[in-house]
Write a protein that binds this ligand. Structure first.
Ligand SMILES: Nc1ncnc2c1ncn2[C@@H]1O[C@H](COP(=O)(O)OP(=O)(O)O)[C@@H](O)[C@H]1O
Ligand SMILES: [Mg+2]
Length: 281
């Protein structure tokens, strides 16, 4: 990963200060996100890693402005985020866009794929562009994710495979060009092969557009493969964070060590002395 540009010192993009979300009251109170602090920078590829129930989706929804904050605050580009009116929320949503876990639930099944992509162009102010220009943009976005627009036109999202749908989600993001992409377990519905492809597409997206990518996953191996920075989440708290290499190669928290030990061979050197074929040469 050392050949990558360092995106961890750029301008501030999204920050959290003691960000907290409590569900329920009294004896049933559940602190799903517990006083977390973070600074994500422009172009940074951040992974938030934790097991099921650690608070990842709750945090994502607060970042997206879909869930109220119980305590603390979110800063957008270094200033307190203001989403106090519908207009301000819509403005914020131009800057941050999600890809969700389940692509099947993310599309209006009555909208053809053309309509899905044309919507994105309209949202970016391209509603009145000539149709040929729109086709050119849709073709470019599809080819970015190895889909052929000509083959998709007039189809419905449910006619695609899970992997194709997930790639269509990335094509949408390519057209929308938000400052921040928040991807909550975007590869959990696809096979291992499509998973690697999707991760590479997300990296290309970052490299081409300078987008900040927040990648939410329970898989510390994927996070290591793809991120500049890793935050480890346990019971609503960040128990460890830092550059991916530092967190994975020199973990401090017991929880991080356990997550790593569940992924065999992620960081161990190959011990060639035990390989019989080499010893016999
Ligand atoms: N709408 C909700 N109402 C009550 N509790 C919730 C709600 N959403 C999540 N939780 C609880 O918050 C905790 C964190 O859940 P979640 O953010 O979905 O974790 P993750 O995405 O890491 O699996 C869990 O204990 C979950 O039961
Ligand atoms: Mg979740």
């Amino acid at each position: 990963m050392s050949e990558r540009k360092d995106y961890t010192n750029g301008p501030l993009c999204l920050s959290g200060r003691n960000l907290t979300r409590v569900f329920g009251t009294g004896a049933k109170q559940n602190v799903a996100v517990d006083h977390v602090n973070f600074d994500f920078h422009e172009g940074e590829f951040v992974s938030i890693v934790g097991e099921s129930g650690s608070g990842k989706t709750t945090l994502s929804k607060m970042l997206l402005g879909l869930l109220n904050i119980s305590e603390g605050e979110i800063l957008y580009q270094g200033k307190p985020r203001d989403i106090s009116s519908r207009k301000k929320l819509n403005e914020y949503w131009k800057g941050i866009q999600p890809i969700f876990q389940d692509p099947f639930s993310s599309y209006n099944i009555f909208h053809k794929i053309d309509a899905v992509l044309l919507d994105c162009i309209a949202m970016r102010g391209g509603r009145n562009l000539p149709y040929e220009k729109k086709v050119e943009m849709m073709t470019e976005a599809c080819s970015f994710v190895n889909l052929k627009f000509a083959e998709l036109t007039n189809k419905y999202p449910f006619e695609l495979s899970g992997g194709q749908m997930q790639r269509l989600m990335i094509a949408r993001i390519f057209l929308l060009k938000p400052k921040i992409l928040l991807a909550d377990e975007p590869t959990s519905m696809v096979d291992a092969c499509s998973r690697a492809t999707i991760l590479d597409m997300l990296l290309n997206l970052r490299d081409e557009t300078g987008m900040t990518i927040i990648f939410i996953t329970h898989d510390i191996g994927l996070a290591y493969y793809i991120s500049d920075t890793i935050y480890i989440m346990e019971h609503g708290k960040f128990v460890e964070s830092g550059k991916a290499d530092e967190v994975i190669l020199n973990p401090q928290a017991a929880y991080t060590k356990r997550l790593i030990s569940d992924v065999p061979k992620i960081h161990e050197e190959w011990d060639l002395s035990t390989v019989e074929m080499i010893n016999n040469l």
